[in-house]
Design a protein around this ligand. Structure first.
Ligand SMILES: N[C@@H](CCC(=O)N[C@@H](CS)C(=O)NCC(=O)O)C(=O)O
Length: 205
């Protein structure tokens, strides 16, 4: 059994989607980061950094934060959605790192700063970087259905960030391959917009 501590954010959704895809038994616990639950003493014992998501795998005794590390862990544990060897494995990790190091942080900044309207230089930089990342993603998906050969943890990592396209002011219709891929994944029954005590419709472009 895995305990998942999470909230309805892209990094949280990644792990919920992955646990559904892997078909692993898990229990979700809501950590309402809008109310400061992440700073409660009991939670800081699990993750001193005070961030969601976190999993505790009672089968192995491992407690793990960082959504990218969690996806790699689940892929290793099950032998699914992460090729065991060869180029596909390295490319899956490459695209997971692309999300963790670039796409997620840039869009996270866009979500804050493109609504503030007080720092034109930063807004312009973030808007351009966001667009550039979408161009990279669109080019990658031009001739393939998934980020690497088969559906993988890299797709699970990137999708929840794309799902916030309205918030980072991206028109998905301008990136047709991203749009197709987004809808392809949205059609999977395992891809839900659900955490404990909260469900919402998947945003439609
Ligand atoms: N690199 C971390 C980032 C985790 C993260 O930033 N979590 C946010 C929600 S998406 C959070 O817990 N924010 C609450 C806070 O910063 O106090 C990961 O990918 O898991």
């Amino acid at each position: 059994m895995i305990d998942l501590y999470t909230w309805i954010t892209p990094n949280g959704l990644k792990v919920s989607i992955a646990l559904e895809e892997f078909g692993l038994p898990y229990r979700s616990h809501a950590i309402d980061i809008t109310k400061g639950d992440q700073f409660l003493q009991d939670y800081l014992v699990i993750n001193p950094g005070g961030k969601i998501p976190v999993i505790i795998d009672h089968e192995t005794g491992i407690t793990l934060a960082e959504s990218g590390a969690i996806l790699l862990y689940l892929g290793e544990k099950t032998g699914r959605f992460l090729p065991r060897q060869g180029a596909a494995r390295h490319h899956t990790i490459e695209w997971l790192m692309w999300q963790m190091g670039g796409f997620g942080p840039t869009l996270g900044n866009a979500h804050y700063f493109l609504t503030a309207g007080q720092a034109p230089f930063a807004e312009d930089l973030i808007r351009r970087d966001t667009r550039r990342l979408y161009e990279t993603l669109n080019a990658r998906l031009a001739d393939r259905d998934y980020l690497v050969d088969d559906y993988s943890i890299a797709d699970m990592a990137v999708w929840p960030w794309v799902s916030r396209f309205q918030r980072h002011k991206i028109d998905l219709n301008a990136f047709p391959y991203v749009r197709q891929w987004y809808l392809r994944l949205a059609a999977r029954p395992q891809v839900k917009y659900t955490i404990p005590h909260f469900t919402s419709e998947i945003p439609q472009p």
